[in-house]
Design a protein around this ligand. Structure first.
Ligand SMILES: NC(=O)c1ccc[n+]([C@@H]2O[C@H](COP(=O)([O-])OP(=O)(O)OC[C@H]3O[C@@H](n4cnc5c(N)ncnc54)[C@H](O)[C@@H]3O)[C@@H](O)[C@H]2O)c1
Length: 296
């Protein structure tokens, strides 16, 4: 006879669809680790998960940002803790693992959200140092943090991993091919991990954001990318507006919760339709889509 874990078989009952007990608390009592959870998309994910009953472990390099999100969550009766951690370093992630498992004895949800396109280096001016920096902040920590929590997740009966990468990993990005390559690798890591660990109760999915207002990508700053004027959003996204962190968080909630119990290995562009409409722009003047915009 073979042990379930050795054979790779799931300990879950194959004929059972997990029931949704409470539609307002989709993560009730679940332990959720969110990296980069102190601002932007990670901040919105932390808040929404807590609102849905998760015990949120915020992993953040910036202590003030982490403290602020914990304060917000506690103010509305939620549960969260801050961990000041730089996910680029093994020892800090090991300590984090100890703190989370020491407190709860398990982990149910992991959101790998840390990533940064800065500094934007043109490829012909890049060097091994800039490539390594892109690797460290956009890809390597996914391996590190996922490995740290995967075994406890399996031992606890399963869980959900959500990797926040970028729509730039799902299309060509002329601005920073190295960043785009790291994001594409994160998307493929998602798919491959899902295929390997599904039978052990682990689901893995990814989100590819685009055009979302955050501290890192401040479209609304006077000198920010949106400086040209709000009316242009009609051209920039098929849905005709800027994205907000909560747009990303809602999809993360779906992927983290049992709503998506039969979904694994997928990367969802959360982009207002930019990937779908790639190359086509709505022209407010012509009142139609054009693939050769003028007047730029
Ligand atoms: N905002 C967008 O439009 C957009 C578009 C494409 C992809 N993304 C991706 O979405 C994710 C979140 O982006 P965002 O715009 O919310 O970014 P953000 O910079 O606003 O927030 C990221 C958070 O992560 C923290 N952080 C950074 N490095 C860290 C480290 N080494 N260890 C721990 N914490 C760290 C930061 O302090 C910050 O609070 C990133 O992976 C980013 O590449 C965002």
């Amino acid at each position: 006879m073979t042990d379930d874990r050795e054979s790779g078989a799931s300990s879950q009952n194959p004929s059972r669809v997990p029931p949704i007990e409470d539609w307002h608390r989709l993560l009730d009592g679940r332990v959720a680790v969110v990296t980069g959870g102190g601002a932007g998309i990670g901040g919105a994910i932390s808040r929404l998960f807590a609102q849905h009953g998760a015990l949120v472990e915020i992993v953040e390099i910036d202590p003030d940002r982490a403290a602020l999100v914990v304060e917000d969550i506690e103010a509305v009766g939620g549960v969260a803790r801050a961990h000041v951690v730089d996910v680029r370093f093994d020892a800090e992630v090991e300590d984090l693992r100890g703190e989370v498992l020491g407190e709860h004895g398990r982990i149910d949800v992991l959101v790998n959200n840390v990533g940064d396109h800065r500094p934007l280096v043109r490829f012909h001016e890049s060097d091994p140092e800039s490539w390594s920096a892109m690797y460290a902040v956009n890809l390597e920590h996914l391996f590190r943090v996922t490995r740290a929590f995967l075994t406890p997740m399996i031992d606890g009966g399963g869980g959900s991993i959500v990797n926040v990468h970028s729509v730039e990993g799902m299309r060509g990005f002329p601005g920073e091919p190295v960043y785009a390559a790291m994001k594409a690798a994160a998307a493929h890591f998602t798919t491959s991990l899902a295929a390997g660990y599904g039978r052990r109760g682990i689901r893995v999915n990814g989100i590819g954001p685009d055009l979302t207002q955050t501290t890192q990508v401040d479209y609304l700053a006077p000198d920010g990318p949106s400086g040209a004027g709000d009316h242009l959003w009609e051209s920039w996204t098929p849905v005709g507006r800027l994205g907000w962190p909560v747009d990303q968080a809602r999809v993360a909630l779906f992927l983290a919760s049992d709503l998506s119990a039969f979904v694994t290995g997928h990367n969802v562009p959360v982009d207002g339709g930019t990937l779908a409409g790639g190359g086509w722009f709505f022209s407010p003047e012509a009142r139609r889509f054009v693939n050769r915009p003028t007047g730029l």
